[in-house]
Design a protein around this ligand. Structure first.
Ligand code: BES
Ligand code: MN
Ligand code: ZN
Length: 487
């Protein structure tokens, strides 16, 4: 979707929209709008839309007003409400037949920053992926392509530059998460990132199977060995901060398809496991947002990419693998593969980049969805400050987190009889023992947090900033976390 700033309303567009705060007088609108809206119970609450008609330069136009809630709502809430006003307009008109909308931002007393929040909502809700739908009837196709913004308050264009970078990051993540697993696999994930980051100044490093074998990444490679697709480790480094400042590391689970391996999953719903690379997607999109807005921070995104398949060469339950850290792991269940991928990625990240702190993102456990549903992702941390920073970034952006415990009593549950660690604990506390597993690969003194995003990557119903499907979860969280932390 193109967002285009202009001084005068293009004449040939049939649809005009405005933002209205709760309680604003509608006196400067056509009587048909001013009387019609309250009659239809339009109050201006966040995300409410009323459509009527208006005469404009002698022509009849469709006119929409979108509610932004109370003008003096608390700051974070106000931002959400403004985004909802924008996204409600897109949701209504995306497939409406209209190719363009004039959005008049000059009437609700918005600041430039607030106006840009409306535009973020407009753009995020506009992402759709219909490329494989060759027979979609014409009245269901996306039509809305351009939003002409008029009356933008001073500072809108500048504020929009930053938010547009964020939107591009979210869209990249949604695309990665949406692509089917015959199209998105470790090598093609890398290729898409190479393409997205070209010319941005980010440094990209890719390790192939041989390079990882050389480094002794037996856990990550063990997961990939049952697949025809080679595995990859991808690092995206952005040095926007002071030289010599240790980077913040973001580490993502990129299982491009998770069959479960020899511990194979049931057939029903297995197609969902195409989005088992949601953590990798969040890290890639988060890095893209940071890089495009030239964040003043040193950040490295590290992504472990594998396909978990059953095959004659697949690893077996009972196998013992040696990780890059030297610790050995008894593979009890080949479906607990995410932690095997992450443990080598986490160790390599610490060796290679000496990060000041590490945050990993992974669709790690089904148990996380049982615990928190689809509203919050779980966060586990060995550092209260880091946990607090993530929780508050989540609260501010809507990529919400909820903290869960870790500790020695849980850690004991993954001691193995034959190796240093086993890759599953008991059924109880399954998300926590998964976090404990990762914790064993974090060097003493390094602040670390693990975000289990299994419940928030994909949505069966449309939300404020997504259609059903990929939510783009994590990108806004990462962007805000880095902004609060380092800038
Ligand atoms: N990718 C899954 C977790 C998952 C399940 C994410 C459903 C999203 C939706 C992960 O690799 C997995 O299979 N975990 C197992 C762990 C178990 C074998 C200890 C699980 O959650 O069942
Ligand atoms: Mn699995
Ligand atoms: Zn998985």
């Amino acid at each position: 979707m193109h967002i285009h700033f202009t001084d005068t309303s293009p004449a040939n567009i049939r649809l005009i929209a405005r933002i209205v705060n709760q309680g604003d007088a509608l006196a400067d609108l056509d009587p048909a709008m001013a009387d019609g809206a309250p009659a239809a119970r339009f109050k201006g609450s966040a995300g409410q839309v009323f459509e009527g008609f208006t005469m404009h330069d002698g022509a009849l136009k469709r006119m929409a007003i979108a509610g932004a809630g109370e003008r003096d709502a608390e700051a974070d809430k106000r931002v959400h409400h403004l985004e909802r006003a924008g996204s409600a307009l897109t949701a209504k008109y995306l497939r409406s037949g209209e190719a363009a909308m004039v959005l008049d931002l000059g009437h609700a007393g918005l600041s430039g920053e607030e106006a840009a929040s409306v535009l973020l909502g407009v753009r995020l809700r506009g992402w759709a992926y219909d490329n494989y739908r060759t027979t979609l009837s014409s009245d269901k196709k996306v039509t809305l392509e351009t939003v002409h913004v008029i009356g933008a308050p001073a500072g809108t264009a500048e504020a929009w530059e930053t938010k547009a970078a964020l939107a591009t990051g979210v869209e990249f993540t949604k695309r990665l998460v949406t692509l089917p697993p015959n199209i998105l696999y470790p090598e093609s994930f890398v290729a898409l990132c190479e393409e997205a980051f070209v010319g941005t100044g980010a440094e990209i490093t890719v390790l192939d199977d041989d390079a990882m074998a050389e480094l002794g990444m037996g856990a990550l490679l063990g997961v990939g060995q049952g697949s025809r697709r080679p595995s990859r480790l991808l690092a995206i480094r952005w040095n926007g901060g002071a030289s010599g400042d240790k980077p913040t590391a973001l580490v993502g689970k990129g299982v491009t398809f998770d069959t479960g391996g020899i511990s194979i999953k049931p057939a029903a719903g297995m197609e969902d496991m195409k989005w088992d690379m949601g953590g990798a997607g969040a890290v890639a999109g988060g890095m893209l947002a940071l890089v495009l807005r030239k964040a003043k921070a040193n950040v490295v995104g590290v992504i472990g990419l594998v396909e978990n398949m059953p095959d004659g060469n697949a690893q077996r339950p009972g196998d013992v693998v040696t990780t890059m850290s030297g610790q050995t792991v008894e593979v009890i269940n080949t479906d607990a593969e995410g932690r095997l991928v992450l443990c080598d990625a986490l160790h390599w990240t610490q060796e290679q980049h000496k990060p000041a702190r590490i945050v990993d993102f992974a669709t790690l456990t089904g148990a996380m969805i049982i615990a928190l549903g689809n509203e919050h992702a779980g966060v586990f941390a060995n550092d209260d400050d880091l946990a607090g920073q993530l929780l508050s970034a989540g609260e501010a952006t809507g990529d919400k987190l909820w903290r869960l415990p870790i500790g020695p009593a849980y850690d004991k549950l993954i001691d193995s009889a034959i190796a240093d660690i086993k890759n599953v604990g008991p059924r109880q506390g399954g998300s926590i023992t998964a976090a404990q597993f990762l914790h064993r690969f974090i060097k003493k003194g390094t602040p670390w947090a693990h975000c289990d995003i299994a419940g928030t990557v994909w949505s069966e119903k449309p939300g404020h900033s997504w259609d059903k499907g990929a939510t783009g979860y994590g990108v806004r969280l990462i962007d805000r976390f880095i902004a609060d932390l380092a800038e």
